[in-house]
Structures are given as structure tokens and as C-alpha cells.
Design a protein around this ligand. Structure first.
Ligand code: ADP
Ligand code: ASP
Ligand code: MG
Length: 436
């Protein structure tokens, strides 16, 4: 069971989650940092990078006050637990406060970022113990490790987890930190922002869990982004591939990396609402085909690059040369569409854009469109199902569409539109596809 930042965002929420996990039997509970904490730790690191120790300390003081108040609210009437909780907070806050080296590095930042999950898990562990639960900490740094490619070291993780679990057979519940890990060199690292979902999935796969539950602040994957569209509703079932497309293309409820470990081990992932635990949520598994469109998501900050060349006509090897340029500049491509005389691709990382464009100009005329958004429509879009492409394109008839990609998988149609048309596009799709 993984609980995100909002789910543990206040003393009251921590109490609610404690009650919930106590009612569900023996589980491994993965926690994110309390909401806002990781962002604050990023801000503190930013001050430290810039050598502004005062800025870092002021921001840290505000964070500390929030944790002290949370401790009081959780343990106010119990001196022994309050002391232990305050000690855990002190240890983490003082760790950050102790940075006064002239140079603050990426490695230091990762140490700092890990403190959020360390604090939330310490508070939950103690609160559960105060309720008489035999809760045991499985420190993420004792089992969660990535390899030289930054991928989870699954054999090591399974072995270490199984050791830790068998050392504590009498536990009622196990608690661990999401997001936090060690890298192949033994340094403290993390699984990227939002990566607690990934922790849950890696742990679930390692222990061959019956189910991986992602508990958050909404009742499952909605059929459109609730931040931009009113009247969205939860999707009951998704295939692993559908969930992966939605997560990758912007459905923030699920981190895109979370799907693979579950899919490979065929473990269902359930998205559930901490605030409304009885809502059915969304289950992600090898769901049977439904012949329906299920949901829409949008991915921001996309740049489209078009390469047009007479030399492409009837030639082979042209696409390879184009793709090699992106490989050389270590830039992943999201969408590709081709015609006989040109190819358009999209990227979401502009870091090496100028170098890529310079190299592409050796092969053809290059045009760049910035500030674009990929709108991804997901469902059972197997090509022999008729009419879905027409419905999608028809829904967007009032919006200029720069690229359309269909047929890459059985699960999606992607369309590239301008940033300023995103909200309208998402709303038009809901109106035409779901709220007919
Ligand atoms: P957590 O802190 O629990 O990891 P997140 O903020 O990462 O939670 O994810 C939950 C949020 O994802 C929701 O509050 C919602 O605003 C957003 N979201 C975006 N797209 C969707 C979608 N298609 N379905 C549900 N939630 C979505
Ligand atoms: N706390 C981390 C973050 O804010 C990890 C997570 O919440 O999933 O990115
Ligand atoms: Mg999240």
C-alpha cells in the first residue's frame, strides 16, 4: 500500500492512514514525504547551491515548525512518543542544517531530498506503535538499490527484502520510504520526482504481492485530467499498456515507471482514494479488450521538429540518419510521423535542441515548433475497431492539429496541438467521447 504526499500531508491525514492500514491486515506500507516537503527541500538545496546559507536556514526553519506542530498533534498527550518523534525530526532537520561546505553538489541534494520520506515514515511508525501496532521499519536504504544503468537491482532488492522480512516475522505491519534508494556506488539517490509509486511497484514485484495499491487524493484514474476538465469520472479498469500510456502522457496520478514491474510480474495495481477508501477506484491488469475509448491525458512542453528533404524520396537509410542524431544528443523522441518527403518528431527535452537542429540541417530543411502539447487518447484502439479515429479527429475539428500518430500500438492516438489550445482540446474530447 503506497500513500502519496497529500495522504500523509497533515497530522489528521497520518491518523486516517494509520486507521486505514490497521484495518487491512499485514501489509508493506510505502510512504511519500508529507505534501510540500520535497519541494521545500528542493528549494533549500537551491539556496545551498547558490551559497545562500541564510536562505536555506530560513526555509528550513519554516519546515521544521510544521513538523514540530505535526508531532504535537500526533503525540501531544504522550511524552515518551513525543520525545521519540521529536528526536527523529531533529536528526533529519539537523542533518540538513549542518550543510555549510563551500560547495554543495548533486550528491548532497539527494541526501537532502531523502529527508522528507525519512520524516514521514518515522512519524507513521511511532504513531502506529502508540496505537499498539507492532509496526516495523524496513529502511529503504537497506534494500532499495539501483544498478549502473539506474535501473532497480531486482535480485538484490528481493534478497534483501526477504531477509528483512524474515528477521521480523512477528510484525503486524511494515513501513518503508518511497522514492529513496542507493545507487550502484552506494550513494544516496532517488527514483525521480513522483517516484514513490515506482518504489511500491518494485517492492510489490520483489515480494510477489497479491496486489499493489496506490492510495492518493482522488478515486482512481479519471477519463480526463481533473485539473483542466470538469465532470471527469473514474475508469474502472485499465490494461497495463493503457495505464502506461496515460501515465507517460501526463496523467499525474501514476508515475510512468510504476507500470512495468507490475506488468512483468502480472500483479494488479489498484488506484484508490485515501479520503474515500470504499470507492472502487481503478484496477490496472491484463484487462480484456473493451472496444471503447477510456481516457485522455496531455503532456506539456513538447517541441516538434520537421525535417524535409528531397533526398528522402525513394531513399533508404534517411530515417536512420535522422534518428542517430537524436541518439548522439541523448534526446528521446516521443512522437514520429512521416511522409514521403519529410518526417516530424517531437521531443520533451530541449537541452540539446540547437545541436540537434544544426546536425539535422545537413540532411534537409528544418522547422521547429515550440510550446506544443501532446494529447493522448487511450483505449482499445486496435485497428480493426472502426470509427474511433474519426471520433477523435472530429472532436478536435475546431483546433489546429500539428501532428497525428496512430497505429504505433493498439492503445492510443496521439495528437500534437499548441499549448494555448490544450485545455480546449481536453474539454472538447470529454464532451465528444465521454459526456455525449
Ligand atoms: P500523490 O501525492 O498521492 O502521489 P499526485 O498528486 O502525484 O498524488 O497524483 C494525484 C493527482 O493526479 C490528482 O489529485 C489529480 O489532480 C492528478 N491527475 C491528473 N490526471 C489525472 C487523471 N487522469 N486521473 C486522476 N487524477 C489525475
Ligand atoms: N516525495 C517525492 C516527490 O515529491 C516522491 C513522491 O512523492 O512520489 O517527488
Ligand atoms: Mg504522485
Amino acid at each position: 500500500m503506497k500513500f502519496g504526499g497529500t495522504s500523509v500531508g497533515s497530522a489528521q491525514r497520518i491518523k486516517d492512514v494509520a486507521r486505514l492500514v490497521m484495518s487491512r491486515g499485514k501489509n508493506i506500507v510505502v510512504l511519500s514525504a508529507m505534501s510540500g516537503t520535497t519541494n521545500t527541500l528542493v528549494e533549500i538545496s537551491d539556496y545551498l547551491y547558490k551559497g545562500n546559507a541564510a536562505g536555506a536556514k530560513e526555509t528550513l526553519n519554516v519546515l521544521e515548525a510544521k513538523y514540530r506542530a505535526t508531532v504535537d498533534e500526533l503525540f501531544g498527550d504522550d511524552d515518551a512518543y513525543r520525545q521519540q518523534a521529536n528526536d527523529a525530526i531533529t536528526e533529519n532537520i539537523e542533518f540538513v542544517r549542518g550543510y555549510n561546505k563551500p560547495v554543495f553538489t548533486m550528491f548532497d541534494e539527494k541526501e537532502v531530498l531523502a529527508r522528507g520520506e525519512m520524516m514521514s515514515t518515522a512519524l507513521m511508525l511511532l504513531y502506529l506503535r502508540k496505537q499498539g501496532v507492532n509496526a516495523v521499519m524496513l529502511p529503504a536504504l537497506d534494500f532499495m538499490r539501483t544498478d549502473k544503468n539506474g535501473e532497480p537491482d531486482n535480485d538484490y532488492i528481493s534478497r534483501r527484502l526477504s531477509d528483512l522480512l524474515s528477521e521480523n516475522p512477528d510484525a503486524d505491519l511494515y513501513i518503508t520510504q518511497g522514492f529513496v534508494c542507493l545507487n550502484a556506488y552506494g550513494e544516496v539517490d532517488n527514483l525521480q520526482r513522483g517516484g514513490s509509486d515506482y518504489t511500491a511497484s518494485i517492492v510489490g514485484a520483489a515480494v510477489k504481492a497479491e496486489e499493489i495499491e496506490i492510495w492518493t487524493d482522488i478515486d482512481g484514474m479519471h477519463n480526463n485530467d481533473p485539473r483542466y476538465v470538469e465532470g471527469t469520472s473514474p475508469v474502472g479498469e485499465l490494461h497495463f499498456e493503457e495505464a502506461a500510456e496515460l501515465a507517460y502522457f501526463g496523467a499525474k496520478i501514476l508515475h510512468p515507471t510504476c507500470v512495468l514491474p507490475a506488468k512483468l510480474n502480472n500483479i494488479p495495481v489498484r488506484l484508490l482514494n485515501t479520503m474515500c477508501p470504499d470507492a472502487p477506484g481503478t484496477v490496472i491488469y491484463n484487462a480484456p479488450a473493451t472496444h471503447t475509448i477510456k481516457a485522455v491525458a496531455a503532456k506539456d512542453n513538447i517541441t516538434a521538429i520537421k525535417i524535409k528533404s528531397g533526398r528522402m524520396l525513394l531513399a533508404y537509410g534517411f530515417l536512420r540518419k535522422v534518428f542517430e542524431i537524436f541518439e548522439t544528443h541523448r534526446t528521446p523522441i516521443d512522437m514520429v510521423v512521416t511522409s514521403e518527403v519529410g518526417v516530424s518528431v517531437t521531443i520533451d527535452n530541449e537541452h540539446n535542441l540547437q545541436a540537434i537542429v544544426d546536425d539535422l540541417k545537413k540532411f534537409g530543411t528544418v522547422t521547429v515548433d515550440k510550446d506544443m502539447v501532446i494529447i493522448c487518447v487511450v483505449g482499445d484502439l486496435e485497428w480493426q475497431n472502426r470509427g474511433f479515429e474519426a471520433e477523435v479527429v472530429n472532436a478536435l475539428r475546431e483546433i489546429p492539429v500539428r501532428m497525428i500518430s496512430y497505429g504505433g500500438s493498439n492503445y492510443n492516438i496521439s495528437l500534437l496541438v499548441r499549448k494555448e489550445d490544450k485545455v480546449k482540446a481536453l474539454n472538447m474530447l470529454s464532451a465528444h467521447l465521454f459526456n455525449k
